[in-house]
Ligand binder design. Structure first.
Ligand SMILES: [Zn+2]
Length: 126
């Protein structure tokens, strides 16, 4: 089993990747306190309930924090994105000039195809 198989097939994350495979972005949502969270796991990090659902998200948010890595052939942006629903995701901001980014820049989710696994959720300028 590869790392990708493990990520895609663990019970906590499989619904996320199944949705991603058909272009839907979903977040785990607690049935008890009704808050969403990220990353997917078997319990709510806010109230510890194990009764969770999945809620579709439009994938809108803003840059909470970011850094530009210039060690490779092209710079890339590693960022924490605060989603409108509340959770903060560690992700990449793509197709953007790093010089134009700042904390608070509005971003939106894009799925980027990945070889041998479900599309990966990334963000670009909204
Ligand atoms: Zn909860």
């Amino acid at each position: 089993m590869s790392a990708a198989d493990f990520i895609n097939n663990s019970p906590e994350t499989k619904p996320f990747w199944d949705a991603a495979a058909i272009g839907r972005f979903v977040l785990p949502r607690c049935r008890e306190c009704r808050r969403t969270h990220w990353y997917p796991r078997g319990f709510c990090p806010h109230c510890m309930s194990t009764t969770l659902d999945w809620q579709e998200s439009p994938g809108n948010g803003e840059i909470h924090s970011f850094s530009v890595n210039r060690m490779g052939t092209e710079p890339y942006v590693l960022a924490y994105v605060a989603l409108e629903e509340g959770p903060i995701m560690l992700t990449n901001v793509i197709d953007a000039d790093p010089a134009t980014l700042s904390i608070g820049t509005r971003v939106k989710l894009v799925f980027r195809p990945a070889i041998g696994q479900a599309p990966v959720p990334l963000f670009t300028i909204a």
